[in-house]
Design a protein around this ligand. Structure first.
Ligand SMILES: Nc1ncnc2c1ncn2[C@@H]1O[C@H](COP(=O)(O)OP(=O)(O)O)[C@@H](O)[C@H]1O
Ligand SMILES: [Mg+2]
Length: 298
């Protein structure tokens, strides 16, 4: 069976009860190790998150092999909840998860549709159901990522249209599991509160993944990885300056983990360009790719 196919196709006979299956070869065929290696290379830290992804991959692989033996079971529930502060990698990992689920044959398309309350809930009577259904239609075959999902529920207003959207989502999450995987994301405490008020939602989400804040060394590695991917080099002094700035910013309320790193690099890139255009008539490759400490100074 090729990766991407699921289950026993019509007309295909199940494996004999005594047959043996080489799980390593199956894993290889589905490209799981390759995918995990690229996750390791492209995402700094997040060890627990990566472990959870590995678990899901194993679950699906085993499910697939069981089907080949003709063992019937309901498809595993893959709806998830990603909690953590801004910039900790939730959206990025959700995209990777969608790719994995496609690769292993769970999802037909493996794309990600990212939405918030405003995309699902209307302002007037009768607007919410069509809006939610339209979004679900777009997400079919992929992952529906609902950012700050708790805004769907407003405790203070019983007649809030968000409730209508939740009901529709619940039905699809229950009855069309193999068509769409829903990932709810947001701050941990607010999500916990949301689940307390919405037991139906809570019972349909099987996987809870927590994204912790990055420590200073991880932020530095993220900076190095991002600049490398963008074709820039950070000298030792530039790294040191950046580290100090990140340490200061960590205490600020608007700090957003890896997103702050990205913004800092964007700004440095702008300064770097102005600096070399303004001061250097003669410029070589090294000048074009090297970010200096002065490019980071506030
Ligand atoms: N562990 C990581 N390693 C490298 N880059 C990361 C990591 N986590 C996040 N990023 C980058 O930081 C930015 C913000 O991440 P994102 O997934 O949007 O965070 P969130 O959805 O949690 O707010 C993106 O550009 C992403 O590629
Ligand atoms: Mg996000």
């Amino acid at each position: 069976m090729r990766p991407g196919e699921t289950g026993t196709e019509a007309g295909e006979t199940a494996l004999a009860r005594t047959a043996r299956v080489d799980l390593a070869a199956e894993r290889d065929a589905a490209g799981i190790d390759e995918l995990m290696a690229s996750l390791d290379a492209e995402l700094v830290g997040l060890h627990e998150v990566k472990d959870r992804i590995r678990e899901v991959a194993s679950l699906l692989l085993v499910d697939r092999v069981r089907q080949r033996f003709g063992v019937s079971s309901t498809r595993p529930n893959l709806h998830m909840c990603f909690t953590g502060n801004p910039g900790t990698g939730k959206t990025t990992v959700a995209m990777r998860m969608a790719g994995l689920l496609h690769r292993i044959g769970y999802l037909e398309r493996g794309h990600l549709v990212a939405v918030t309350r405003d995309d699902l809930v209307g302002q007037y009577v009768g607007h919410t159901a069509p809006k939610t259904k339209e979004v679900l239609k777009r997400a079919m075959g992929g992952v529906l990522f609902i950012d700050e999902a708790y805004y769907l529920y407003r405790a203070e207003n019983e007649r809030d249209y968000g409730q209508e959207s939740i009901e529709i989502l619940l039905q699809v999450m229950e009855n069309q599991r193999e068509d769409v995987v829903v990932i709810l994301a947001g701050y941990g405490d607010r999500m916990a509160e949301f689940f307390r008020s919405n037991p139906g939602m809570s019972s349909r989400v099987a996987h809870h993944v927590e994204f912790g804040d990055y420590d200073l060394d991880e932020l530095r590695s993220i900076a190095e990885l991002m600049s490398e991917q963008d074709g820039y080099r950070l000298g030792r002094e530039a790294v040191e300056v950046m580290r100090e700035l990140l340490d200061e910013q960590r205490a600020q309320p608007r700090f957003a983990n890896a997103r702050t790193v990205r913004n800092m690099l964007e700004r440095a890139r702008l300064r770097h360009a102005s600096r070399i255009v303004d001061t250097q008539d003669d410029c070589g490759l090294d000048d074009l790719v090297r970010l200096e400490p002065v490019d980071f100074k506030p």
